[in-house]
Design a protein around this ligand. Structure first.
Ligand code: ZN
Length: 121
């Protein structure tokens, strides 16, 4: 009986835990390189802005994407940036780069491009 109660408490607490990020409808996270650290990026974004990030692009094809883009290899993600201040973007960048100097944070018109630009060996 106690086991059943504990199981229900466990399941209830899990159900209430919001996922660390949202994904724009139609965008797939399939093929994202685990080294990119989506959960880490999401956590730092949340700590900085108070909002869960919305990933608007990852490995999916996008018009105007340059040949050298790290999106197809799963090492880049875009985050919706509507309502985010320049100071927040700057803080977000500082926190990520403190975790890995290979992170690059590039503000675009309506999103922030985040990539992990690993050296080639
Ligand atoms: Zn991008």
């Amino acid at each position: 009986m106690l086991g059943l109660v504990l199981l229900l408490v466990y399941l209830t607490s899990r159900a209430k835990a919001a996922p660390p990020f949202q994904v724009k409808i139609g965008v797939s996270l399939e093929g994202v390189d685990p080294r990119l650290g989506l959960d880490t990026i999401a956590r730092v974004w949340y700590e900085t802005t108070g909002e869960r990030p919305v990933f608007t692009s990852s490995t999916d094809d996008a018009p105007g994407r340059v040949n050298t883009s790290l999106h197809p290899s799963g090492l880049a993600v875009d985050i919706r940036s509507v309502g985010v201040t320049q100071i927040q973007v700057s803080t977000f960048r500082s926190k990520l780069v403190a975790l890995s100097s290979y992170y690059q944070v590039i503000p675009e018109t309506d999103h922030i491009h985040v990539e992990l630009d690993l050296p080639e060996f």
